[in-house]
Design a protein around this ligand. Structure first.
Ligand SMILES: Nc1ncnc2c1ncn2[C@@H]1O[C@H](COP(=O)(O)OP(=O)(O)OP(=O)(O)O)[C@@H](O)[C@H]1O
Ligand SMILES: [Mg+2]
Length: 384
């Protein structure tokens, strides 16, 4: 309901203030402001109001005159004094002089809307109307957002399906020509070895090597997309024990290396054992690989509890390190900072680790500087 308000007030700023306080208080009002006794009386004569607000004095006219005119011409319409006068400073529910239904000090205008609701029959439902309108507005916006989210989800589903189709196309359509190239270059190498000179043979071997590298890239890419989609099998995982096993495998592969491995014990988390093993294996084998040029290296796996925050797990090494400005890029597929000849790899390891950590509700980041080692930190979901 729109509340019809007659407001006797000679100060234009106060008129505006009252209007905005009514709106802020959730009242939908139609305010007619008058600034003199004559215009007030004319308004009373001509129109119906639900409530009358009156300053204590306007030049040549005061609240008593205003109150009795209202009583006479519009009996039953609540009359509220809105005054700066400290005499009426008790606030709503305080003194109600001169037969006014209430008075509200100008210093407490936020009380005006509740006071009107209290004294004007039908204003409360008006307030409810405003609240209901707000609820309707919120519902409408929520419905819009939900529709938008549903649309985006559908788009993502389509994109995902396209990506899967693309992956299998890569798998089947790209793999078979690669196999042919590899096969025929092998045949050439073997059957025509005598006819080829050293340079030709070198070229053929390079073709073969590149083809095999591309094979690995395709396989890694496909594995990565499988990791993103495979359902998680959660259970209790002992990260320390996994790290220990991985380090033993790395040692077995390069027994001549002198690497001190410090692995924390008793780090138990919730997660998919297979995936977490793959993540740790990638981080530890990077640490192993990038300390390859050190006479004596040190690799640490541990956890630290960051106050009330989540536990942070880390793999640290004292190897080649990297320029920290590229720290974020490393988690994208095929991003490598070191030459293939010095540290071989396809550049898919950290992208895989990041997918696994994200699937566990965690984050991963790195700190490093060139020649001063690297440290990879990760978290897992709360309570993991
Ligand atoms: N511990 C580390 N120390 C220094 N640089 C690192 C370390 N870990 C990763 N990097 C840098 O990040 C790049 C990407 O790492 P990522 O594990 O994804 O690929 P990769 O080890 O080169 O190949 P892949 O793991 O696929 O065999 C590496 O090539 C290297 O430049
Ligand atoms: Mg790697």
């Amino acid at each position: 309901m729109k509340l019809r308000v007659l407001h006797l007030e000679d100060n234009a700023a106060d008129v505006e203030l009252v209007r905005s306080m009514l709106a802020q208080g959730g009242l939908d009002c139609d305010v007619l402001a008058v600034n003199s006794g004559a215009t007030y009386l004319a308004a009373l004569q001509q129109a119906q109001f639900d409530v009358i607000l009156s300053d204590s004095n306007v030049p040549g006219y005061d609240r008593r005159a205003a109150r009795s005119a209202a009583h006479e011409r519009r009996p039953g319409v609540p009359f509220i004094i809105v005054s700066a006068d400290p005499e009426f400073g008790d606030g709503p529910g305080g003194a109600e002089p001169d037969g006014a239904a209430a008075c509200v000090p100008k210093s407490q205008l936020q009380q005006l809307a509740p006071t009107i609701r209290r004294v004007v029959p039908g204003a409360a439902p008006g307030g409810l109307d405003a609240a209901a309108a707000q609820v309707r507005d919120l519902e409408r916006r929520l419905a819009q957002r939900t529709a938008e989210l549903e649309r985006r989800t559908r788009e993502l589903e389509v994109l995902n399906r396209e990506l899967e189709t693309f992956s299998s196309a890569v798998a089947h359509d790209l793999r078979s020509p690669l196999i042919s190239i590899d096969g025929f270059s092998q045949v050439l190498l073997e059957s025509s070895a005598a006819k080829l000179d050293e340079t030709d043979r070198g070229h053929l071997e390079r073709i073969s090597l590149s083809v095999r590298h591309m094979h690995r890239l395709i396989n890694d890419l496909l594995n990565l997309s499988t990791i993103v989609r495979a359902p998680l099998r959660a259970g209790v995982v002992d990260l320390g024990q996994l790290a220990q096993e991985i380090v033993e495998e790395l040692r077995a592969g390069a027994p001549e290396r002198r690497v001190e491995c410090v692995i924390a014990e008793g780090i138990k988390v919730q997660g998919d054992a297979g995936l977490l093993r793959l993540a740790l294996a990638n981080l530890l084998s990077n640490a192993w690989k990038f300390t390859g040029s050190r006479q004596q290296a040190r690799i640490t796996f541990g956890a630290r509890t960051a106050g009330e925050g989540r536990d942070v797990y880390y793999v640290r090494d004292d190897g080649a390190g990297f320029d920290p400005q590229y720290a974020d890029k490393l988690f994208s597929p095929f991003q490598r900072l070191h030459p293939q000849t010095q540290f071989p790899g396809t550049g898919i390891g950290l992208a895989t680790v990041q997918r696994i950590i994200h699937r566990h509700g965690g984050e991963i980041w790195a700190e490093s500087s060139v020649d001063r080692g690297a440290c990879f930190y990760f978290t897992l979901a709360e309570g993991a």
